[in-house]
Design a protein around this ligand. Structure first.
Ligand code: C2E
Ligand code: CA
Ligand code: CA
Ligand code: CA
Length: 279
């Protein structure tokens, strides 16, 4: 605070040191976690609105810390981004995902799309598309089974470089999803210049659609524009039947959220894939 005086300032800087220290500790343990493979993947089903059938899953990374137990990505992804560790971590997630695509196909499971989160730091790497191509080749995974989720902000940095990277990725047959749509400050306008397949509307808009007319208007406006641009829309964070019914009525094709399934461990997701209801 402005009037905290000398002691206030002193206190503040101690607190900063403490924060910096915590961050360093987190980075050290993240680095170790990568070496020891303490990470694992969970799968949150994505459902097609008509008939509630399964179309795929979003891949979500978790960290099994030897002492703290399970750590959720909200805590460690920002630290991984700040330290640059998101690059090896992101590559690990991509490789594991492609291994699963390939393994499940070999085991005769029905094809599904796995949707991987790609952070801005990763996407900015000049060799990002080449890295994905190499992983697809090494694992024998079909690009058509892979989706990449990019945030609006990472698509808005350098229009030319972005367009080039997206075109190289599309040559691999995979799909591009704009994640957390509506939380950035971009418009749909810029999307028409990019080879994009889906937009995923952020859960924060879905949460109150049944009670808040403003949120409902946003959700309606987004689908109207997406229709004109021939983009599919996915809604995340669908928690109630009312939300699902309203989103269906508005024309949302794909949904994801606790109303259907929370994120599942691999075995549970695989049994879901084997369920005749979805095959
Ligand atoms: P996100 O991409 O927006 O992912 C959706 C988050 O919403 C997930 O949290 C998911 O578990 C949660 N969620 C799903 N359904 C519901 C629901 O009905 N209600 C509510 N309240 N929440 C729901 P999670 O797993 O904690 O992931 C948080 C964020 O961490 C993700 O947000 C994503 O940005 C990031 N993340 C996760 N895995 C990765 C990864 O492998 N790489 C990168 N770069 N980021 C990741
Ligand atoms: Ca996502
Ligand atoms: Ca999201
Ligand atoms: Ca979100």
């Amino acid at each position: 605070a402005k009037d905290a005086g000398r002691n206030g300032y002193h206190f503040h800087s101690q607190e900063m040191n403490c924060k910096a220290h915590e961050r360093m500790e987190l980075e050290t343990s993240l680095r170790r976690a990568l070496e020891r493979e303490e990470f694992f993947l969970e799968f949150q089903p994505i459902i097609r609105a008509s008939g509630d059938c399964l179309v795929g899953a979003e891949v979500l990374v978790r960290w099994q810390h030897p002492v703290k137990g399970r750590v959720m990505p909200g805590t460690f992804i920002p630290a991984a981004e700040n330290s640059g560790l998101i690059l090896p971590l992101g590559e690990w997630v991509m490789r594991k995902t492609c291994e699963k695509i390939s393994e499940w196909r070999k085991n005769g499971l029905p094809p599904v799309k796995l949707s991987v989160n790609v952070s801005g730091r990763q996407f900015e790497q000049r060799n990002f598309a080449a890295m994905v191509r190499d992983i697809l080749e090494e694992t024998g995974a079909d690009g058509a089974s892979l989706q990449l989720e990019l945030t609006e902000t990472s698509l808005m940095k350098d229009a030319e470089a972005t367009a080039r990277a997206l075109h190289s990725l599309r040559e691999l047959n995979l799909r591009i999803v704009v994640d957390d749509f509506g939380t950035g400050y971009s418009s749909l306008g810029y999307l028409k210049n990019y080879p994009i397949d889906h937009i995923k509307i952020d859960g924060s808009f879905v949460r109150d659609i049944c009670d808040n007319p403003d949120d409902r208007s946003i959700v309606e406006a987004i689908i109207a524009m997406a229709d004109k641009l021939n983009l599919n829309v996915v809604a995340e964070g669908v928690e109630t039947r009312e939300q699902r019914d309203l989103l269906r009525k508005l024309g949302y094709q794909e949904m994801q959220g606790a109303f259907f399934y929370r994120s599942l461990p691999e075995e549970a997701f695989v049994s879901l894939l084997r369920n005749p209801r979805f095959s």
